[in-house]
Write a protein that binds this ligand. Structure first.
Ligand SMILES: *Cc1c(COP(=O)(O)O)cnc(C)c1O
Length: 466
């Protein structure tokens, strides 16, 4: 008995050490098994992630639709609850920005949980068309269309509208005004707010949307329904989110005088994820404050409370996937913050592109030997590129010392946002196999690429004969 109790205490400490089981860091579903391996819990089901890596091989992406559903349900719940509490008369709509992760196993659960959609290209809209034709979603869903409107894109928007889909193009620039004002369905307008936000993407010269001045000098558009803005992803402070809402409301109120049909404010994406497992703002707190701000401002201005559209993509999907690698070898690093390179059997540059592109920080933890003696490491990818590495910003990653008789697996958390769409094939490495865990079963949703299937992407259609 005593021994078990002691073991339980050790398990608890171990979970704490790896920052698991903490809701504000989105690790509440993760735990450590009695034999010191990483697990994930879905209702009454528990999955051992190290076992999954042993069985299916690595690199491996594991997708958790139940986490998506849980997060979206909570988010919609917060906004609806605060609207009720504060007596807010507008409606709330969540639109899933498809570019964040276009995989079917992400899009379908979100739709079933109540998401509307936002697309950025004709090809994303084409997938929506296929889903709709297959009667995979309710026709009440609204689809917002951002991105430059090519002829193919506009034709598809028109086609879907004429067939009865609720599809609304968003005017992104002065050149789109003329063609889009002829559009018969609902129209949106994107504003480039003249305000800074605390994010990597706060570019001095934003090329998206109309300037406030241009927007306010547009002639009346009868079916202009939505005013939209998007400040950039992974906004670092909640103040930046609130400042943008306040600024946008000022423009919204002026625009509504010119375009009386305007009834919806779309505040875009940008809600951040605590990748580094440090103190961060919360969706509950922010949603409450947004409703409060909008209520007060519209009451003061004497206008209807706007319907609210939120497109927080990364926030919803990042925690719903993890990526697992195996350590292939170790190399001593003389004189650095870390003692050793751990070379992994995949690539940061290919599979987790933001590591290279924007120096993304990740929560990288062992998937087995979680009680073991530790070492400071840097992670090296398997391409021949010296940029293919993860050093936690020059700091180090704590991982177990390697053992001759056992593989070491490393899990990178929160990899569900953007990485799949950005991924590539440097050195022709295979992309990770993709597994989906749901209702107690594990299924393969993308097979491991073979040399032949990758070769085909590069034009080697008949082997090497031609
Ligand atoms: C990228 C994008 C989003 C999603 O941003 P997140 O940072 O993932 O929340 C939402 N809306 C628009 C218009 C976008 O371009």
């Amino acid at each position: 008995m005593k021994k078990l109790a002691k073991k339980k205490g050790a398990q608890k400490n171990c979970r704490k050490f790896w920052k698991l089981g903490v809701e504000e860091w989105n690790t509440q579903f993760f735990n450590v098994s009695r034999d010191a391996e990483l697990t994930v819990t879905e209702g009454h089901h528990i999955y051992n992630l190290a076992d999954m890596a042993r069985k299916y091989g690595t690199p491996l992406q594991v997708v958790f639709p139940f986490i998506l559903e849980d997060r979206l349900k909570d988010l919609i719940g917060y906004f609806q609850a605060y609207m009720k509490i504060y007596g807010y008369k507008g409606k709330f709509f969540y639109h899933y920005p498809m570019k964040v992760n276009q995989n079917k196993e992400f899009v379908l659960p979100l739709i079933s949980e109540g998401a509307n959609l936002e697309v950025t290209s004709a090809n994303e809209l084409w997938l929506v068309k296929k889903l709709w034709e297959g009667e995979r979603f309710n026709s009440k869903i609204r689809v917002l269309c951002n991105g430059p409107k090519t002829h193919a894109y506009l034709d598809l928007i028109e086609e879907l509208r004429s067939k009865g889909m609720n599809v609304a193009p968003i005017i992104e620039g002065p050149e789109e005004i003329e063609r889009l004002t002829k559009y018969k369905g609902d129209i949106g307008l994107r504003i480039d707010l003249a305000i800074k936000a605390d994010t990597h993407w706060d570019k001095k010269f934003d090329r998206f949307g109309l300037s406030e001045k241009d927007a306010l000098s547009m002639p009346k558009i009868k079916n202009l329904k939505i005013m939209h803005y998007h400040m950039g992803s992974q906004i670092k402070t909640q103040k930046s989110i609130f400042d943008a809402v306040k600024r946008a409301f000022g423009i919204y109120a002026q625009l509504q005088k010119i375009h009386p049909g305007l009834d919806t404010l779309d505040i875009g994406g940008g809600f951040g994820v605590p990748y580094e497992k440090k103190k961060f703002y919360t969706a509950k707190g922010v949603s409450s404050k947004i409703i409060k701000i909008l209520k007060n401002l519209s009451d003061k201005a004497g206008i209807r409370h706007p319907n609210l559209v939120v497109e927080w993509g990364q926030y919803i999907v990042a925690p719903a996937e993890i990526t697992i690698y195996k350590v292939l070898s170790e190399k001593i690093i003389p004189k650095a913050n870390a003692k050793s390179w751990y070379v992994i059997d995949g690539s940061f540059m290919n599979d987790l592109k933001d590591t290279w592109a924007i120096h993304q920080k990740w929560h990288a933890i062992p998937a087995n030997n979680m009680h073991g003696g530790l070492k400071t490491t840097w992670l090296a990818g398997s391409t021949c590129d010296s940029d293919d590495k993860y050093t936690a910003g020059g700091n180090y990653i704590l991982l177990p010392k390697l053992h001759d008789n056992e593989e070491q697996y490393v899990a990178v958390l929160d990899t569900g946002a953007y990485q799949d769409g950005l991924s590539s094939h440097h050195c022709l490495l295979s992309s990770p196999m993709k597994l989906v865990v749901a209702d107690g079963t594990v299924s393969i949703s993308r097979k491991r690429e073979t040399a032949d299937s990758i070769g085909k992407l590069f034009g080697w259609t008949n082997g090497t004969k031609n």
